[in-house]
Design a protein around this ligand. Structure first.
Ligand SMILES: Cc1ncc(COP(=O)(O)O)c(C=O)c1O
Length: 398
């Protein structure tokens, strides 16, 4: 099986052939409750009627024309995004990593354009994840992802979120061009930064002249119950922000958003993409934006998050030998486990519940923002059953 595919993934056993709402169906006819959601991507569940309709209509009208020409869907979506946050300018990409690439180039180019040629360093944080391009793996500094790919790139360094003194010194360095941070670290362990932490980074950047980049690829587009996770807090807007995943809710599309000031170094010829923001992607992303930004959708996401978190808190009380801590924000839920998260995921899969792994031995629940009350109850029941199975396994091993 899969002999011709580059073996960079350890693929799990179920073979999915269709999906609807929060459920996937495998080739043997089994139904699986999906709390992975394409890793925080399928914000509206599988095959949402509005997205299917938008894609079908666009597929019969116009697929691709290149960014040499005006694409109405881009203008429309950029206006909506700019109305909804700090941003004045938007560049559309095909993925989160490419949005990161644009953000990092834009930040360096901002300083270069002002004649500040010294400012090149990008400060990232331990435990971060920004994608798999050379720039992205150097920005996050994760040794596992850098290993074997040659010299690390100059102009990147990392600090710990817990070391305020080191972070302040790094940001104040006159060679620092930008700071890149996930308002809720996803892959690294569902760590939600506080308003105080984001406020510190915002102030430190403003004082030093460095640009602040938020990577909201995973936390953005409604995942936390607000359109963007940083919008839970006042006065912490970034200069640049990356989004993807739920932006197309399953259709590959990302974006780099920026203030006019931060974008001031980007002029014709400085960046580009063949596919980024093509008419198909824009049709789906516009439809997804309209659905996600409905007040009922965001209120429902918050309600389901409260429901799941309350249920998981009860399970944590009942299974203190299995669950160590609940983390994250909104529907980016992290459960830090005592037994191995990989073993627990297998136990959950035996109960036809899909959860995602994360750093620091967590499993993440990243369900659709539209998950029904009944499905949330079912997810909790299956999670509890997996906890009981993990306990039984630990007793057997003792
Ligand atoms: C916070 C964050 N940034 C960037 C990326 C990279 O996005 P993509 O896989 O679409 O390139 C991810 C993907 O998981 C992510 O979680």
């Amino acid at each position: 099986m899969n002999d011709h595919l580059l073996p960079v993934y350890n693929r799990a056993a179920p073979h999915f052939v269709s999906g609807a709402g929060s459920w996937l169906t495998s080739d043997d006819g089994e139904r699986w409750l999906d709390c992975v959601g394409g890793i925080a991507t399928n914000a509206l569940g599988h095959c949402h009627h509005a997205l299917v309709a938008a894609l079908r209509e666009q597929a019969g009208t116009l697929w691709h024309i290149s960014n040499m020409f005006r694409i109405d869907g881009q203008t429309l979506l950029a206006d909506k995004l700019a109305d909804a946050c700090f941003a004045d300018k938007v560049f559309f990409t095909n993925s989160g990593t490419e949005a990161i690439e644009c953000a990092l180039k834009m930040a360096r180019r901002f300083h270069w354009n002002r004649g500040d040629l010294e400012r090149e360093t990008v400060i990232g944080f331990a435990g971060s994840f920004h994608g798999r391009s050379y720039a992205a793996i150097n920005a996050s500094g994760n040794a596992d992802y850098l290993k074997g790919f040659g010299s690390v790139l100059p102009g990147y360094s990392q600090v710990s979120l817990d070391d305020r003194v080191a972070a302040a010194a790094a940001i104040a360095d006159p060679r620092t061009a930008a700071v890149i941070v996930e308002p809720v670290q996803g892959e690294g362990g569902a760590r939600a930064l506080s308003g105080e932490e984001l406020g510190f980074l915002r102030r430190a950047c403003s004082e030093s002249g460095a640009l602040l980049i938020y990577d909201e690829v995973q936390s953005g587009m409604g995942r936390t119950g607000r359109l963007f996770a940083h919008q839970w807090f006042e006065g912490v807007e970034p200069d640049i922000m990356t989004i993807a995943k739920a932006l197309g809710s399953g259709f590959p599309v990302g974006a780099c958003l920026a203030s006019d000031r931060a974008a001031s170094g980007m002029m014709p010829g400085t960046h580009g993409s063949t596919f980024g923001g093509n008419p198909l992607a824009m049709a789906v992303a516009n439809a997804a934006f309209d659905e996600i930004t409905r007040p009922e959708t965001l209120a429902h996401a918050q309600h389901i998050s409260d429901r799941l978190r309350a249920g998981l808190a009860d399970l944590a009380q009942a299974f203190p030998d299995i669950i160590a801590e609940l983390r994250g924000k909104g529907l980016l839920i992290g459960v830090r486990l005592i037994p191995s998260n990989r073993d627990f995921m297998a136990l959950a899969r035996e109960r036809r519940l899909l959860v995602a792994a994360g750093g620091e031995n967590i499993v993440r629940l990243l369900p659709a923002l539209t998950m029904t009350e009944d499905d949330a109850g079912e997810a909790l029941a299956r999670f509890g059953a997996a906890c009981a199975a993990a306990r039984a396994r630990m007793a057997e091993a003792a």
